[in-house]
Design a protein around this ligand. Structure first.
Ligand code: SF4
Length: 286
């Protein structure tokens, strides 16, 4: 079996100290999964605990204004995730957790991956681990000797179904695969010490020709993303700015020297996305 050795390695080397691994509470798991979607583990640690200390349940979160969540979210990036969590909290507070994967997928911001992750990590469902990029990469390489882009999703599902070591829960199998992907089977793999190395059909290919280093993501400094963050931060202050001029000043260096139409456009987008409430008195375009 392609996962031989994984369970033993996970017991010894798994990242058991990640705080969200000590709970199976669905709300806590959902918050961790949403935070981890686009933010690195090191930056989520600490922020996850702080978020749950303020909103330990969907009911507590649903009763809070969105602006409070967005303030708490600052620094994690991609604040639309906070809005989706808020809408989900309201849906769950009103009707409880759906008890099927399809039902979970109907929640805002919960796609196929997150729904499966909730089923496995929170509700203890048996079956197939959720396929994120790490799990897809480990499975494609260790089971099939291919890169993930060369293999159909359904084929990976089959190998994942058959790959769970006997006596290991699907939850632990999932965490073990996350860890093998994060610690060894990265885009540029570190095969030495990998628990799957002894039977991995990709090892010699990747050692002979390791994948190119990924290009750095686009610069944040000077980007529209940076401007969005600064405008949102300024709009969440109490009281919020009352004119585009004031907004531009309060948005600081990210907005300095920009035409005011840029600031107004970003503000309009944030209003349209529901991250900022309507600003009827704000002079939008000078
Ligand atoms: S041996 Fe290398 S390629 Fe194979 S699963 Fe481990 S890290 Fe990935």
């Amino acid at each position: 079996m392609w996962t031989r050795g994984l369970a033993r390695w996970y017991r010894k080397h798994g990242r058991h100290d990640l705080p969200w691994r000590s709970t199976a509470e669905p709300w806590a798991i959902l918050v961790s999964e949403v935070m981890l979607q686009q933010t690195q583990v090191a930056r989520v640690s600490g922020r996850w605990e702080a978020f749950l200390a303020r909103w330990p349940t969907p009911e507590a979160c649903a009763a809070s204004p969105l602006a409070a969540l967005l303030r708490e979210w600052q620094g994690l990036g991609y604040p639309r995730r906070a809005r989706a969590l808020h809408v989900t909290a309201r849906a769950v507070a009103a009707a409880g957790w759906p008890d099927t994967e399809a039902g979970l997928r109907s929640l805002p911001g919960v796609g196929p991956y997150t729904a499966r992750a909730l089923m496995v990590l929170a509700f203890g469902a048996p079956g197939v681990p959720p396929q994120d990029v790490n799990i897809a990469r480990v499975t494609a390489r260790a089971a099939l000797g291919r890169e993930p882009g060369e293999v159909r999703h359904a084929a990976l599902e089959e190998w994942l179904t058959d790959g769970r070591p006997r006596g290991m829960s699907t939850r632990d199998f999932t965490y073990a695969l996350f860890d093998a992907g994060a610690l060894h089977c990265r885009a540029r793999p570190l095969c030495h010490g990998c628990p799957l190395a002894s039977q991995c059909p990709s090892l010699s290919r990747l050692e002979a020709a390791p994948p190119e280093r990924l290009r750095h993501s686009p610069r944040y400094r000077g980007s529209t993303r940076e401007l969005r963050g600064a405008v949102l931060r300024a709009m969440l202050a109490e009281p919020p700015p009352s004119s585009i001029d004031e907004l531009q000043t309060r948005a600081g260096a990210a907005a300095a020297g920009r035409p005011s139409t840029d600031i107004a456009l970003v503000l309009d987008t944030l209003v349209r996305e529901g991250l900022v409430g309507p600003t009827p008195r704000m002079v939008r375009i000078k």
